[in-house]
Design a protein around this ligand. Structure first.
Ligand code: CMP
Length: 140
């Protein structure tokens, strides 16, 4: 299996509770390496564009409001099978469905305040990485 990259966001519920380090440790213990990272406050325009695929969903406005409600940490994670491995360590979107030991099981507050975002496929990962990072900012 080739080394792959995926895109990750540590969400405002996690920065608010000062648990970004605990979440990064989970990634590292799963064999993922942080190869780019920046703490930002997303603008409404950024959040609307980033989550554009969800524009018609009933939770879209709340999602944008939440993602702009505080700082987030945007990251590129690298490792073998990184997209799938990251999804495993995050756990199900809804923490009520997340497996023991996953980030969302341990830390998420709700389906919205679910602590982390991760790309759902390699193609999406490439788009999402390019949305936030220049090539030279990703250092493997
Ligand atoms: P994320 O991986 O960031 O992608 C879209 C987000 O929408 C998702 O995680 C959830 O945090 C959020 N969301 C809020 N409500 C829902 C819902 N009912 N179904 C799916 N996602 C939701």
């Amino acid at each position: 299996m080739a080394i792959e990259r995926t895109f990750s966001i540590i969400k405002p519920d996690a920065t608010r509770r000062n648990i970004t380090g605990k979440i990064i440790t989970k990634f590292e213990e799963a064999g993922l390496r942080v190869v780019a990272q920046r703490r930002i406050k997303m603008t409404t325009e950024q959040a609307e564009s980033f989550y554009g695929v969800h524009r018609e969903r009933p939770f879209f406005n709340d999602l944008v409001a939440f993602m702009t409600s505080g700082p987030v940490v945007v990251q590129v994670l690298e490792g073998e099978n990184a997209v799938a491995r990251n999804r495993e360590v995050m756990g199900a979107t809804n923490p009520a469905d997340a497996a023991d030991g996953t980030i969302r099981k341990e830390f998420a507050e709700s389906i919205e305040a679910n602590s982390v975002h991760g790309s759902d496929a390699p193609e999406t990962a490439a788009e999402e990485i390019a949305f936030f990072f220049k090539d030279e900012e990703v250092v493997g």
